[in-house]
Design a protein around this ligand. Sequence first.
Ligand code: PHE
Length: 360
Amino acid sequence: MNEQVERIREEAAHAIAAAASPAALEALRVSTLGKKGQVTELMKTLGTLPPDARKNAGAELNRLKDELAAAIEMRAAALAGAELDARLAAERLDVTLPPRPHADGRIHPISQTIDEMVAIFGEMGFVVAEGPDIEDDFHNFTALNLPPEHPARQSHDTFYLAGAEADIAPKLLRTHTSPVQIRTMMTEKPPIRIVVPGRTYRCDYDATHSPNFHQIEGLVIDRTSHMGHLKGCLIEFARAYFDIPELPVRFRPSYFPFTEPSAEMDIGCSRAGGELRIGAGGDWLEILGCGMVHPKVLANCGIDPNEYQGFAFGMGIERVTMLKYGIPDLRTFYEADLRWLRHYGFLSIDTPSLTGGLSR
Ligand code: PHE
């Protein structure tokens, strides 16, 4: 009996340690510890031994059983670990594979300019606000201090929506982004510091006017912001956007019903030899309208003009995009000509820098 136990112990231990797969291991379990396995068969012969020998042999067989069971369990764990390692190695993902460049996609110059402007004003603490393209008379005109008979309304060449004649509150396509000033002041408490890029509409069409165009509006309302802040903010913006640190800038008195005083901002340029060069001396080019928010506009929005004040500005996005990137005709922005877009468009990696706009 002892010899047999020793033999099984040696052979089985060997075979178990060498089992190459879970299936091979299972076969070994069956052939040793299974119903008809070697150890089980020996157990069955215990009854034929004299009582003393039976006790010893029984204890020895039980020890062998425990040893084999433990060895099988160990080997099973080792095999499972090896299988996992093999799967991990086989299913490895190479995350270092470079992305395929998009050869044809381009960012439209208008989107690019909006991104650049938002980056510059964002750095100054402005947040983006938006409003609807279809506006009403109140937000587009009346609340901005343009009463019904105001002559400035004519200059806007408004698109009214069908049925507007009979309506008491006619719907229209917003002629500027300024109605978002009203919407923001009526729903938010000062301090307010927003920029509003968006689509605007006027009945106009030539090389420098399109019926559908874009503006960016700015509005700052708090207790202390004054004309000096307006100038500092816009000079800083213009120099960053055009990426010309010493860009000459001047403010000319102007008129808008919703600001008082009002001004237009010009940047220095040269037209010598018929070529427009921004930042050179000699000539001026208007780029935006601005002013201190009119007390009546504040009051129209429920803000006490004795307590709060601030400034606003508005600028045509196409115009400054044409100036910065030398695009001669505004109508081409909307022709969806792929050759044009490949030439003037931007790659998605041309991210605007926060302080310097984007120079190419
Ligand atoms: N809304 C004006 C326009 O469309 C621009 C402007 C905005 C002027 C804000 C002053 C202040 O011409």
